[in-house]
Design a binder for this molecule. Structure first.
Ligand code: ATP
Ligand code: MG
Length: 446
């Protein structure tokens, strides 16, 4: 490259990568509120926060999510590390790391790694943070997106206990959505059986699909062989009537799965939680079994799922741990925010309370001191770094939406009496430092 070309390259505007985005204030205030709601609600259900790494060995996701899923086969961001991520020494060819596409696998890995099965009672963990999937970006679908999720891992209990845990997890979710202010959510429920009954159902489904093959589109025709359950997921208009007539898994569950499903429904009813059974709800990830659910919210178009979850007994064992039952969910935070924005549930942003209009270089130290005093008292204060003419300072205070302008000039510093101007109506007062704090905090004269 010539020197000239190099320079042009340096000056080119650099933009964020396709499918990722910046989240700016004031929107971040809404994010903080939603995340704070999760911290508070989940804590009342006895969950503790786990902070997980953003990348893991590729093997972790390949083994848990399943090589045949969209996530593993085409959506993962995988990199060669050049070294063994465990020893940091030797270079092992073919060893790669992956940006996490979801966090359940990481939670299970951490559960095993820290011997959490020896902890008393069920292990209840929640997490929040970014996930990465190489999908086609659109509204509510990004390549870096955010999830808030929780998992319950247990090593004892019967089917009835499991159903109660499932129902409690769903109860926690409905509480979260309620406290976050999300309205119009709907809960969809299904059981997708277990390794005993699902393969038999899949064969039944495959046979039924084979009979109507000619009427299906090319994608579904292909899936009859590769993954017939995915046909149930089809959004193709011409296939809807056909899908309605296909055998439904809930009618082909083994006695254990049926017992658990019936009990989950009973438990939800007992808790006053309404749901709709949806036999077409088959989770995208391989490791799910029995209870599966999804929550939708309004204002999102076709990307309307704000939460997906389900039971995954056996996943911990698959990853080399002891026999363990699991149930969890992941909330799509981006979509929750979009839905709240659609409902105009915007947070009240912290407004600027005091703008310090100081004049005269030698009065700057006094302005610094008083700004600090006011901030200590919890007030939001703007202290401009450079001196400004009085009119310009007041104009800026107004534009920034400050409630008060505090005027600090030679007279004020000499007398210790500061001029405060309420910008709304122009009312002015002269106050000493102590009265000033009381006045600004109370919003009225002492
Ligand atoms: P979808 O059917 O919308 O692709 P999914 O089944 O792939 O969802 P899960 O893996 O169950 O989703 O993740 C749980 C939640 O995370 C989803 O319900 C959704 O709200 C959110 N989510 C998943 N992928 C994305 C993405 N690319 N961008 C934004 N949110 C996402
Ligand atoms: Mg997906």
């Amino acid at each position: 490259m010539s020197e000239g070309a190099g320079k042009a390259h340096e000056k080119r505007k650099i933009q964020a990568i396709k499918g990722v985005r910046d989240i700016l204030p004031p929107e971040t205030a809404l994010w903080n509120r939603v995340e704070q709601t999760a911290h508070e609600v989940f804590a009342t259900y006895g969950f503790g926060e786990i902070r997980l790494p953003i990348f893991e060995t590729t093997e972790l996701f390949a083994r848990s999510i399943g090589a045949d899923t969209d996530v593993v086969s085409k959506e993962m961001y995988t990199f060669a590390t050049g070294y063994d991520p465990h020893s940091l020494e030797e270079s092992i060819p073919g060893r790669t790391i992956t940006l996490r596409p979801e966090a359940t696998a990481s939670v299970c890995r951490a559960y095993i790694e820290h011997g959490m099965h020896t902890l008393p009672g069920n292990v209840k963990l929640y997490y929040m943070g970014p996930m990465f999937r190489r999908e086609r970006p659109q509204k509510g679908r990004y390549r870096q997106f955010y999830q808030i999720g929780a998992e319950v891992l247990s090593h004892s209990g019967d089917l009835k206990d499991d159903a109660r845990v499932d129902a409690e997890v769903i109860e926690m979710l409905t509480t979260f959505f309620e406290k976050a202010g999300l309205e119009g959510t709907a809960l969809y429920l299904n059981s997708i059986g277990c390794k005993e009954c699902r393969p038999k159902y899949v064969e039944l489904l495959r046979a039924a699909l084979a009979k109507v093959k000619d009427k299906l589109g090319p994608d579904s025709q292909r899936r009859i062989e590769t993954n017939p359950l995915r046909v149930l997921d089809s959004k193709l208009e011409s296939e809807q009537a056909i899908i309605e007539k296909l055998p439904r898994i809930a009618e082909h569950l083994c006695p254990d799965c049926l017992e658990e499903y019936t009990e989950v429904k009973k438990q939800l009813a007992m808790r006053g939680i309404s749901y709709t059974q949806n036999f077409r709800l088959v989770r995208g990830l391989d490791y799910y079994m029995r209870t599966t659910f999804e929550i939708t919210a309004p204002g999102l178009g076709s990307q309307n799922a704000v939460c997906g979850g389900g039971r995954y007994d056996g996943l911990v064992e698959l990853l080399g741990g002891p026999p363990t039952k699991g149930i969890g969910f992941a909330i799509g935070t981006d979509r929750v925010i979009l839905s709240l924005q659609d409902m105009r549930k915007l947070p009240v942003e912290r407004a600027l309370e005091v703008y310090v209009a100081w004049m005269g270089e030698k009065n700057y130290p006094a302005a610094v001191k008083i700004a600090r005093r006011l901030r200590d008292a919890g007030l939001a204060v703007e202290l401009p770094p450079g001196e400004m003419k009085f009119g310009k300072a007041l104009g800026l205070a107004d534009k920034l939406g400050a409630r008060y302008a505090l005027i600090i000039g030679d007279d004020e510093v000499a007398s210790g009496q500061f001029t405060v101007k309420r910008l709304e109506d122009g009312e002015q007062k002269k106050l000493g430092e102590r009265e000033l704090v009381a006045y600004l905090k109370a919003g009225e004269a002492p």
